[in-house]
Design a protein around this ligand. Structure first.
Ligand code: NAI
Ligand code: MG
Length: 350
């Protein structure tokens, strides 16, 4: 072991957020990579306590850290997580959806990742009530952001053993904005001749994902389409409890389960920590620790296959018991070399 531990800002948030984050940190601590975790408040409870859902000190800590681990916020999610994504300038939203043996699901062959543009599109917040009963929204698409997301998706495919990238659009209707998007995608694809690149209309993609999810590996798309298709993908693999996500930018990285604060099960130790644990694996991979990430995923996969799960997947374990089952499997694989920032690993900034 050598080098300094990675400084990670932890924002557990509300409801089951703190429960799944505790599980995630336990697994990260067992991963063989050194971290220092600092915890910072945000969310509904923090709003009630201090008057700010996202205190300035929490935002500053998120910006100063190597990466941010986030749980979930409740009603303040928009003020917390949307603001964090924007303040950290995370233009890439990665949403993998992989089916796991032992987790009941619709399409067990699903193994895809949605690479969603996270900074523009219909989510720029430019809505206008033109007159009572008539409103407009601006869909901002730039060549710069489209090229960046397309290039990221293609590089991700090349780096992670995928051979096909699908650009998802609706250019037959959105003839100007999606032409800008597709032109950028084609330029980026020309840099990756070894990959198969296809373009597909978003509506037909939605149908094909349900009928033949194996048609897709890496999907790259604009903000709203990516939001919807990634939830569709979550439905294919058995729900939100299994879906992690990463928000990545030139300077910052934030990892969050796709699910919310689940007030209906909060405080009962019933929350499935799988999504949060998979966020931990994404964090490890982002920091260049691929082997450690693969070990975490393998341990979680083995637990799911063995029925060592929370009640939502038919198991009988509590959140932390499931996390301990994962760490036991990680530790059972002897000889895991420890490594940190000085340990020779590359630190690609996405
Ligand atoms: P939700 O994801 O919190 O819950 C939906 C359903 O899935 C619930 O029945 C819940 O019990 C279940 N569920 C979610 N995660 C689970 C897990 N890890 N294990 C087992 N079951 C799980 O979405 P909902 O109910 O629409 O929103 C609840 C609150 O969360 C709202 O206040 C909303 O604003 C907030 N929210 C926050 C998000 C964030 O912080 N990124 C994202 C989505 C919602
Ligand atoms: Mg969504």
């Amino acid at each position: 072991m050598s080098g300094q531990p990675y400084p990670i800002a932890v924002i557990p948030g509300d409801g089951i957020g703190p429960e799944v984050v505790e599980a995630e940190l336990l697994v990260l601590a067992a991963s063989g990579v050194d971290f220092t975790f600092s915890e910072h408040p945000a969310g509904d409870a923090e709003l009630a306590r201090s008057g700010a859902a996202l205190p300035a000190a929490t935002l500053a800590a998120a910006k100063a850290a190597q990466a941010v681990v986030f749980g979930a916020a409740g009603a303040t999610a928009k003020d917390v997580i949307l603001r964090l994504r924007a303040e950290l300038a995370t233009n890439v939203n990665l949403r993998p959806a992989k089916a796991y043996a032992g987790a009941p699901c619709l399409r067990p062959e699903t193994d895809l990742i949605v690479v969603r543009e996270n900074s523009e599109g219909l989510y720029v917040g430019r809505e206008e009530l033109v007159e009572p009963g008539m409103a407009t929204a601006t869909r901002l698409i730039t060549d710069r952001a489209s090229f960046a997301i397309a290039r990221y998706a293609l590089q991700y495919a090349a780096d992670n053993g995928y051979n096909k990238v699908t650009a998802v659009h609706k250019v037959n209707v959105l003839q100007i904005t999606d032409q800008v998007f597709l032109d950028a995608c084609r330029r980026a694809a020309a840099e990756f001749p070894q990959l198969s690149y296809e373009e597909a209309l978003v509506d037909s993609v939605a149908m094909r994902m349900v009928l033949r999810p194996s048609d897709f590996q890496v999907m790259v798309t604009t903000n709203l389409f990516g939001d919807i298709l990634s939830d569709l993908a979550a439905g294919l693999i058995g729900g939100l409890g299994l879906c992690p996500s990463a928000n990545l930018g030139p300077q910052h990285a934030l990892f969050e389960p796709v699910h919310g604060s689940a007030p209906d099960i909060a405080g009962q130790g019933r929350a499935n920590p799988a999504a949060a644990i998979l966020c931990g694996a994404m964090l490890l991979r982002h920091l260049g620790h691929r082997d450690e990430a693969a070990r975490v995923e393998a341990a979680l996969t083995a637990c799911l296959a063995a029925g060592q799960t929370t009640p939502d997947l038919g198991g009988r374990l509590s959140t932390m018991d499931m996390a301990r089952a994962v760490t036991q499997r990680i530790e059972a694989r002897a000889g895991a070399p420890r490594s940190g920032p000085g340990g020779g690993a590359k630190h690609p900034k996405a």
